[in-house]
Structures are given as C-alpha cells and as structure tokens.
Design a protein. Sequence first.
Lengths: 334, 187
Amino acid sequence: MSKKKNIHDLIGDQSFVNWVMMSNPNDIKKWNTWKEANPDQSELLEDARMMITGFSHKEPQITDNQTNKSWESFTSKLNQDTPKKSTIIPLRRKLLSIAAALVILLVAFVGIQKFNSTPELIVFETFENETKTFQLPDGSSIILNTNTKVAFYNNWLEQDIRILKLEGEAYFEVAKQPKGKIFQVHSNDLTVEVIGTAFNFNGKRKESVVSLMEGKVNLIKPDIGEKILKEGQTAWFNKTTKQFEIQSDKTAYWKAWTLQKWAFGESTPVTEILERIEETYNLKSQVTNEEILKKNASGEVSIESPEVLFEALSYLLGVEMKIEKDKLIISIAD
Amino acid sequence: MGKNLEAYELIWQKVLQNDMQAFEKIYKHYYPSLFNYAEKLTKESNMAEDAIHDTFLYLWKHRSQIGEIRSIQFYLFRSIRNSCLKLIQRKSKLSSLEEVKTRLELTILPEELYLKDSNLETKKLIQKALLELSSRQREIIFLKFFNNLDYNEIGEILDINYQSVVNHVHRAIQKLRKSKILQLFRH
C-alpha cells in the first residue's frame, strides 16, 4: 500500500473515516500501519483527518427570546395571507345578491357601502440602508431614498387632486395624468404639482429641494406663492428673501443617488456635500480648518458604502475624514 | 460519520399531517443556525429575518407538494441561501443572480472559534489568515465545520461538484497550516 494517495482517496474511504473516528478496530489497525509505512504522506493524513473532524466552534449567540419573537412574527405573516381573501369576496357577493332582491335592502346596501368605504392609508417606506422602487396606481413610479415614507389614500385614483405625502427624498416618474386630474406631492413645507414629468423631491432639508429632469412642475409654497419650474432647473424656497432660488443644470447631481452614486459635475461646494452626508448617514460634520469649507469637488463617487464614499471624498478634496463619537471630523490631508 | 437523521425528519412527517406544533418545533430548532447563516450572507438582520420567513412560509404552504424530506437541515440551508440571494438581488438591483453570487461574501470571526489561547495577537493572526481564504472556502468551512453538513450536501447547496468542495477545503486547510495558525485551533 505504498501508492501515492490524494485527499479524495482518504476522505471518500469509509475505513479511513472509521480510523479517524476510532469506530472500527480493524480499520484503526489498517491505517496505523499505513501511516507508519508512508511518513512522507503524514501531512496529507493530518489534512484529511482535520477535514473529517473539523475544529471546535462556538454556537451562535441567539437568544430564546429572539427565536420566539421570530416565530411570533412568522405566524402573524402566515395568518395575514389566508383569511383576508376569504372574507372580502363572500361579503360583496352576499350584498350584491341581496340588493338585487329587495328595494329596501338596496337602500341598506348603499348605507353599508358608505360605511365600509372610509379610505385606508397606504404607506411605502424605506429604512436606513435601503432604497426601493414602487409603482403607483396610475402607472407612475417612485424610487424612495433611505429613511423615506410616502403615503396616500386608497381612493387616490378617483380624486381630482391626487395627493402623495412625502417624508424624506424620492425620485418620481409621473405618468401623464388624465384630463381633470392633478398630481401633487406634499412635503412638510412645499407642494409640488405635476403635469406629467420626472423630478427629484428632496424633503429631508428644512426647505425642500425639487429638481426637474423632464416636463413641467409647479412649486407651491402654501400661503406664500407659486413658481413654475422648467426642465433642467432645481429650486428651493429661501426664507430670508421670501423667494424661490433657482439652480440650473444640476439635475444630474440631484438624481445621482438613484444610480448609487453622487455626481458633482464640474464643481459642487463642500458645504452642499456635507449637508448631503448629514441627511444620508445622520452624521454631522466638523471641520478643523475653515479653508475646507471653501473647497469644491468634481466628478463622481460611488455610495455603495460609507467607507468607500469617505475614502473617495477624502481623495477628491485633499482631506482626511474620520468618524469620532458620531461626528465626521474633517482635516486637511498632509 | 453517521448523522442523527431521525428526529427532525420524523417531526416533519407530523407537519405533513398539518401539525402546526410540529412545524413550530422545527422552526425554533433550526432558527439560530439559519439566522446565523443568513445574516452572514446578507449582512443585515432584517433581510436575514425575511429570508427565514420566506423559506418557512413556502415550506408550510407547499408542504404536501414537497412531501418527505430526507434531510431537513440540508433542505433548509439550501432554501435559505436561495432566499438570501433573491433578497440581495432585489435590494441591490443587480441585474442577474450570477452577479449576486460572485459578489457574495461570508465572514468567519476568530470569536466564533475555540482557540488554545485567546489573546489579542492570536486573534489578529487568525483573523488575517481567515481573510486570506476565499469567501467560497470560508462558506464551505462554515457549512461543514460549524453546521455539520456533509460535502455532498454542501456541493448541492453551492451548486458545485463534490470534488471541488473537497479540493476547496483541502486547499484552505493547507493555507491555514502554512500560516501556522492551524495549531491554534482546538479540535
């Protein structure tokens, strides 16, 4: 038995396994003999042994509490699926058949219908590390950025003014609205009225910023004024001058997050970048040198992870970025 | 290397008779190791939880079609991995499952191993050596040594052939031996 063996010969041989596990005296003898006769293959033997026994590891630290909670939420998901479908349809069918039979019951039917139709709120939301795309009943689509909520009532399609409430930031591609229907998005401080377009609505800041890629929108500052935005324009309301400020040709910057990147174009000031970091990562910045605030960045950076982003930014701006105690500390690189 | 196959496969037979309590037993028994695996793949506890829910929802709903299961652990680990891949694909908006598979990364931490001594220097050495393995090698080691799946099952879970699985582990062990940390593991 002095033929050179390979790992497969050993692992696949039940007698070898028995030797490792010491479960069969004949096999123990057989392989002990082989081991002595083949000292040059001792490493292979050890490797094969380890591949069968493995090494000691710790059990995952998952509490009974977590396990039980998981089971609870699983059962509620399970129960959500079936009963819903089976209760609604029979009820409707039942009502319809009764209405067809008697006039009096027809009145009751109308009464019950009204009672049953208090509109329900539909909410789309995203959390810290995610962006998600949703479809609206009229065919429009929205991409929600991190930590964002969009809400509307389930009778949205029938309303003359179709209102979406936005908390956070989203990119909209709005389908052409039928005659007589208006599409509006409301943040806390601003309403955007849409006439069939693609735009980015950043409601994460004190004054919302809207950037129009295609079409036409009307910005409505409640009780103060309105402004029609043209393609390629970005606008926000300036509380001090009580006017809308317009920025041209920066739509690529405002939309870039939908492509997992930030696009600075020819030049984007550091102050804007720091604001963006704060609203995206919940990280306030502190500069060690005022000169840093006068800097600009150009080009593009990926936002697939904060580490990748900060490294790229450090390089672009010639600074060092460090996170200390929930703050981003920025100093000039040497 | 006889595995104790009987217990949970028998409990599954009760599930086929619509026994929800039996289903709960299976869920709670495998949850910790499945969650551990899913979290390592997706890096997010929410996604890991979703993957587990998706898998068990499917399992319950289609139990009659699925019928008898030879190895519950193998079935669950394979399902979880597939659920995780789908969830990762959906979230990252990568165009193909292939792309998700190539970018998959599984980490093993020194804290998860029993070491002969656990000072910081040793941990750093082990950490470095583990990082020098490929993610595939780590995943196979994780499935084999941490979860006791056999090489055939691992091949089916990862969709690679048995010889490749064995070769991957062998190379990993040789690498660990070369970096002199193999002796630090307790077996």
